[in-house]
Unconditional design. Sequence first.
Length: 272
Amino acid sequence: METITPPRPQVAVSAAKAPTGPVKVHAKDVCVFYGEKQALFDVSLDMPEKSVTALIGPSGCGKSTFLRSINRMNDTIPGCRVTGKIAIDGDDINDKSVDATLLRAQVGMVFQKPNPFPKSIYDNVAYGVRLHGLASGKKELDQIVETSLHKAGLWDEVKDRLAAPGMSLSGGQQQRLVIARAIAVSPEIILMDEPCSALDPIATAKIEELIDELKANYCIIIVTHSMAQAARVSQQTAFFHLGKLVEAGATETIFTNPRDTRTQDYITGRFG
């Protein structure tokens, strides 16, 4: 019987060129434990600035665990322990002198399901700015809110109803509101954990267009189950399996000429 190999995801033009910028996030021998269970094994990966790195792999492979290590969200899980080193611009984020709250302003996070606060559209975006004292007055705060909503591609849709509840927006708009909220505190890195999994194809396309625009200013690291999405939006792709980083490289290389047979099998749909 003839074996039919599923087609590979089409690599976008923006992914055809490997990232060449300086390393923004450096991970070396990172291990994560939940109590006695080890979830991540000796992961080493460099993620460049002003580019998109996609983390792919089957469910439970460790990609979200690794993502949450970059802004120390794992600290909030009882019994979780992280070893190894993660550095941003050469500074160890797990050093005792690092304030985790300030770190999470530097490293924005967008979750799988849109999670706007139960506040107005304006107050959602302004929340972190107020918390960190980043605006000198109402005029500057207004400007930050408007600029952030512009960058998130949402301003024209909400500029006449900034007092409306954030929860009143559609799912795709809510996710862009969350991105605007992250942008407002001037992060250097944006982490995205399956940001489109709860969205319809039209909303997903808008988020992907936004990611492509944002990479000009941010280091973006995205977890996705969609290999087609990884091929469309990223310049670097890392494949995780059973808590280990199998291989990483330029997205075009990973999808057209992977070194490891496990990567080949995953991207062609033989397992997942």
